[in-house]
Design a binder for this molecule. Sequence first.
Ligand code: NAD
Length: 331
Amino acid sequence: MEGQQSPEEARLEGARVLVTGGAGFIGGRLVAALLEAGAEVVVADQRPHPDPAVRSVVGDLCDPDVRKRAVGTGPDGIVHLAAATSVLRSIEDPAGVYRLNVEATAGLLELAREQAVRRVVFASTNAVTGDVGDAPINERVPLRPLTPYGATKAAAEMLLSAYSGVYGMRACALRFANVYGPGMRHKDSFVPRLMRAAATGTGVQVYGDGRQVRDYVHVDDIVQAVLLAWRKGVTGPLVVGSGRSTSVNDLIEIAREVTGAPIPVEHVPPKAGEMPAVVLDISAARALGYEPRHDLRSGLATVWPDFAPAHRTGEGGAHGASEESGGRVES
Ligand code: NAD
């Protein structure tokens, strides 16, 4: 990521950035990039940031006092990543997911307004737009979420829109595609499941015929988009993906090439309501200077070391699956 932007553009010297969810998968990469660019970072997360040198506010952001402590650190802006990210959980417990994804977001925006915080970059998802067949999804496609998770993200986007409209905040909602990259060993989305299958010599289950297409974007490209949105003070929604759609079958084929493992496939009936296609139009992000740098071959090669048996030390073998939070479905 570094070295491809001009140094002037890349530097964020002295910018004070509050990153909610900064101990998570995307947050971890983002915090490292922000620090590298010279920013002063505070992480607000229910888990401590793994690097004790990173200033952290540890607690549940559903708690107003935790939000106060976080925004009370005096940031110039907030990158709001903390969320309940499981689609499955959102179906089982929509009210619980609403509390964090909508209420806590509203609470953060209120504090930001009171304290004249100028920038908010929010992690939204392409799941806000629902099923539009294989038509490319751009920012003008109407919001029509199909799950409570998507609905909470759409609701948060509406709040952001109002706060940037009325209070002059530079608030943007980056609609991420399926994000993958290093640091997702404990996740249960498709890419880590593939990598685990390759590492343990087991197979993967594929819903339906595997011809459904998705946009898989590398976490470092997501980080690039967040930094860009921050530097340029982007407002409104922005679709952020790789700009390429790949079928599940092709993804498996690339994973076989990268890992050298056969990865047998078991086809199971399609999930109800699963979208046959997600095709993202990233031309608006491109017009702002965003350019994805990873394709799936180079991208999966950055993920494999987290899973490959030769790289796994101190874990008592290649089977890390017992650590997973079962049933978690990523957006
Ligand atoms: P993650 O689960 O790895 O990270 C989320 C972080 O938020 C975790 O560190 C968690 O501890 C923290 N958190 C959760 N609930 C909290 C609470 N109540 N109080 C304080 N902290 C809390 O998720 P991620 O993949 O890094 O996703 C980051 C953001 O990007 C989320 O908003 C997610 O909805 C969005 N997003 C992710 C993807 C993807 O494919 N990973 C796709 C679209 C959108």
